[in-house]
Design a protein around this ligand. Structure first.
Ligand code: AMP
Ligand code: GLY
Length: 424
């Protein structure tokens, strides 16, 4: 099978690493790839957002399956274009990717099937939004409706902060993404990310992972795309999984199909696990980054037939087998991230990290120049390790991190702290 993988971050490196192990794979093409991924396939020099370029490459190379990592090309209709051209695509069409690209749409679907989620109201003008806020209790949750690269959620402790968020969003702080806003109830509990793969009708559960969104130790500092992750997530018990599948995932997949927008691909549910069980915070139309990296390390089955089956409506009868091990991932980020940061500093000794027991390093924001590995983004490297317990996995991953020589980088020293506390 010839596969074209779209994207060039840590998530895609992990997907490519797993796909490359499939005996079914004959050729892996990359759009655009990264220095880690490029060792596993052929980079085509096409950006992930270049829909025409991806379509042309998939056609000219007779690709059997396109696997899309990031959300932006999905929301822009990449899966629609590939489907029209008769090319199998793992990733939903734009009408189904709306579960991520419009928070108001996600809420409408959740309501239609009675999935547990925060109470909410949708607004397109500031006066009505502020009047509603005055009737609520803090903390206030104000969200831009559209895709905002992780910047679209404001959790405000005071009414004036919440009102400012409303003014900022309607004032265009996030462009069109904020022309409609959603105000919702604050959910208490512990967060987990859960994933399921669907072909539009059949759904198979994957596993849950937990990530660390804040930049600094102790879950302090600004929100990021994720500074580390681990799995299994202790909070995600069998009962929580069952409730998530029967009350959220399966009814939503059925509703999307009923509405003529069948969901093909991976559905990522961001959940708050509280005393009443799981509540849906958000959907994403893609794998989580860095959660995907952890899942790929724990997946025992060949992923390629499952991705292909999801893309072609043949998932019935497929199953995924998982390792009993735990896995931990430490993100090494450029100093300054998620604010402004420099690019181009030299990273050394990634190979020494990979000599440590069970350590694999996925590249996120790197580039190569004159034989040197350089930092080229905010989140730069993902150091992963597995082991019989979370503690083993975390210790091994940090041993890997210590070998990497990159003075311009930083990382959190407490990845997995909730899970480790449970051991004491
Ligand atoms: P989102 O972009 O929707 O994932 O939101 C980013 C983060 O904001 C989530 O991971 C949660 O930590 C937090 N968040 C979003 N919505 C809520 C809510 N209703 N209650 C509590 N926290 C929330
Ligand atoms: N790690 C969370 C996300 O990918 O959105």
């Amino acid at each position: 099978m010839k596969v074209l993988l779209v994207g060039g971050g840590g998530r895609e490196h992990a997907l490519g690493w797993k796909i490359a192990q499939s005996p079914l794979l004959t050729q892996l093409y990359l759009a655009p790839g990264n220095p880690g991924l490029n060792r596993l396939g052929e980079p085509l020099g096409i950006k992930a957002e270049d829909i025409d370029g991806i379509l042309a490459a998939a056609r000219s190379r007779n690709v059997d399956l396109v696997v899309v990592g990031p959300e932006a090309p999905l929301a822009a209709g990449l899966a629609d274009r590939l489907t029209e051209a008769g090319i199998a695509c793992f990733g939903p069409q734009a009408s189904a990717a709306r579960l991520e690209s419009s928070k108001a749409f996600m809420k409408e679907i959740a309501d239609a099937v009675g999935a547990p989620t925060a109470a909410f109201a949708r607004f397109d003008d500031a006066r009505a939004a502020k009047a509603y806020l005055r009737e609520q209790n803090p903390p206030f949750v104000v969200k831009a409706d559209g895709l905002a690269a992780g910047k679209g959620v404001i959790i405000a402790e005071t009414l004036s902060e919440a009102e400012k968020a409303v003014d900022d969003l309607f004032g265009g702080a996030l462009g069109d993404a904020g022309s409609v806003i959603v105000i919702e109830e604050f959910l208490e509990g512990e967060e987990a990310s859960f994933f399921a793969i669907s072909d539009g009708e059949t759904v198979i559960p994957m596993i849950a992972a937990q990530d660390h969104k804040r930049a600094f130790d102790g879950d302090r500092g600004p929100n990021t795309g994720g500074m580390g992750a681990y799995s299994p997530a202790q909070i995600f018990t069998d009962a929580v999984r069952e409730a998530t599948m029967t009350r959220i995932i399966k009814p939503v997949i059925a509703e999307m199909s009923k509405r003529g927008a069948p969901y093909k691909g991976v559905l990522f549910a961001g959940l708050m696990i509280g005393p009443d069980g799981p509540k849906l915070i958000e959907f994403n139309a893609r794998f989580g980054d860095p959660e995907c990296q952890v899942m790929m390390r724990l997946l025992k089955s060949d992923i390629l037939p499952v991705l292909h089956a999801a893309a072609t409506g043949a998932l019935d009868g497929c199953a995924l087998e998982w390792s009993d091990d735990a896995c931990a991932l430490i993100v090494m980020a450029s100093k300054g991230y998620p604010g402004s940061y420099g690019k181009g500093s030299i990273i050394r000794d990634v190979d020494k990290a990979e000599d440590c027991e069970s350590v694999i390093v996925f590249h996120a924001g790197t580039k190569e120049a004159n034989g040197a590995l350089l930092a080229d983004g905010g989140r730069v490297l993902n150091v992963t390790a597995s082991g019989p317990t979370i503690r083993d996995a975390v210790e091994r991953a940090y041993e890997g991190v210590e070998h990497i020589d990159w003075p311009e980088g930083f990382f959190r020293r407490d990845i997995g702290w909730r899970a480790l506390k449970a051991f004491i």
